[in-house]
Design a protein around this ligand. Structure first.
Ligand code: C2G
Length: 132
């Protein structure tokens, strides 16, 4: 069984996330998503709208996703790859090159981001719509 892992906040789920997850699943048979815990989001300077538990439940409902685990630190990736016998680590290319150290442990793939959508854009657009 070929196992793929990807990491992210996945807040206010949108087509950029779905496109990433769908393509990630095409690289193997089993996709693990490590979702940023609320404490880790704070380290990333992010405040998610949905809690970790809510974001976990939403991701678990997606047909491409086989398992959801928490992401607590930047440093856990090597341990995760070993513990879960990961074959492919995959991220959007806004992270291009940032995780190449994982090439010693698994295949590392960066895929083009979906243009024109982001959680930040959703929040901005909604604020504009509500505040005129
Ligand atoms: N993404 C995408 N297209 C978009 C928006 C996001 O392909 N329009 C991808 C990102 O490249 C990432 C994934 O969707 O691979 C999740 O994006 P975020 O939830 O923004 O995650 P991020 O804050 O980048 O966290 O340790 C890694 C970090 O946890 C990644």
């Amino acid at each position: 069984m070929k196992k793929v892992i990807t990491y992210g906040t996945f807040d206010l789920l949108h087509m950029g996330h779905i496109n990433l997850l769908r393509r990630a699943k095409e690289y193997g048979d089993y996709l693990i998503v490590a979702i940023s815990a609320d404490e880790f989001n704070a380290l990333k300077g992010k405040k998610a709208y949905y809690t970790f538990e809510q974001r976990k439940a939403i991701l678990e409902a997606i047909k491409y996703v086989d398992e959801v685990i928490p992401e607590y630190t930047w440093e856990q990736k090597i341990e995760d790859v070993k513990k879960h016998n990961i074959d492919v680590f995959l991220m959007g290319d806004d992270w291009e090159g940032k995780f190449d150290f994982l090439k010693d442990y698994c295949e590392v793939i960066y895929l083009p981001r979906t243009v024109g959508i982001s959680t930040t854009k959703i929040k901005t657009d909604l604020n504009m719509a509500n505040n005129g």
